[in-house]
Design a binder for this molecule. Structure first.
Ligand code: 13P
Length: 251
């Protein structure tokens, strides 16, 4: 019932020229892999080059952040309307790196999510616990809280455009992947929170990704789990062959 979504998050990597070259390499490797949505979320400056390079392919382009106001005196920020006009279809919101380094809170994650959805973008909302929170036994509480805060005031109809990425902070960029059972359990907590807010039908339709050191070796096992509907992939999304292998695992 749920369609896999395999999304790359390039973070602060690749210049526009590099983006063009990387997508050029990636295109033939993922062509015809239509059993999942293939998305690359790229730095804002790379968006025009990425949209152009992805034309005529099954690769969709996403941004890595969006501001919650429509316009105004917000130096350095980018609005949802700007992203839409540039050809962006997806946007990552509330990544743990933004929470950790840029003062992102559950409130601003919620506001950004609403702005993205109101503009017709698909929101990839990130949630995840730190190692300390996990060791204290707060994983379920934290994941449910972050999920519910992010989705406050989202309408049931808008849930069609919401993807939630469970990214345990301790697994991001560390090479330490959650076990498939840990990923399934975390994603399950997220889905349970969606069910508590919107009911079981919507929860069963909501795409919940896993992210955190997903790669060509571990993707098949992670994606085989009931609650894992795709991946949000950092490092491996910068390597065409590895990313294409993850897309293959979702076929
Ligand atoms: P890595 O795949 O590099 O661990 O990054 C995961 C991530 O943060 C994707 O958003």
């Amino acid at each position: 019932m749920r369609r896999y979504v395999i999304a790359g998050n390039w973070k602060m990597n690749m210049t526009p020229k590099g983006a063009e070259a990387l997508i050029g390499e990636m295109k033939p490797l993922v062509e015809g892999k239509n059993n999942c949505d293939v998305v690359l979320c790229v730095p804002a400056i790379d968006i025009p080059a990425a949209v152009e390079a992805a034309k005529g392919s099954n690769i969709k382009i996403g941004a890595e952040n969006v501001h919650f106001k429509a316009s105004g005196a917000y130096t350095g920020e980018i609005s949802a309307e700007m992203l839409v006009e540039a050809g962006v279809e997806y946007v990552v919101i509330g990544h743990s790196e933004r929470r950790q380094y840029f003062g992102e809170t559950d409130q601003t994650v919620n506001l950004r999510t609403l702005a993205a959805l109101n503009a017709g973008l698909k929101a990839i909302v990130c949630v995840g616990e730190t190692l300390e929170q996990r060791e204290l036994g707060y994983t379920e509480t934290l994941l449910k809280y972050q999920t519910k805060m992010a989705l406050t005031n989202v309408t049931p109809e808008q849930m069609n455009n919401v993807i939630i990425a469970y990214e345990p902070v301790w697994a991001i960029g560390t090479g330490v992947t959650a076990t498939a059972d840990q990923a399934d359990e975390g994603n399950g907590y997220v889905r349970a929170a969606v069910a508590e807010m919107f009911g079981a039908d919507i929860a069963n339709k909501t795409v919940v990704q896993y992210g955190g050191s997903m790669n060509d070796k571990n993707a098949a096992e992670l994606l085989s789990k009931e609650n894992v509907d795709g991946g949000l992939i950092g490092g491996a999304s910068l390597k065409p062959a590895a990313f294409a292998a993850i897309v293959d695992a979702a076929q």
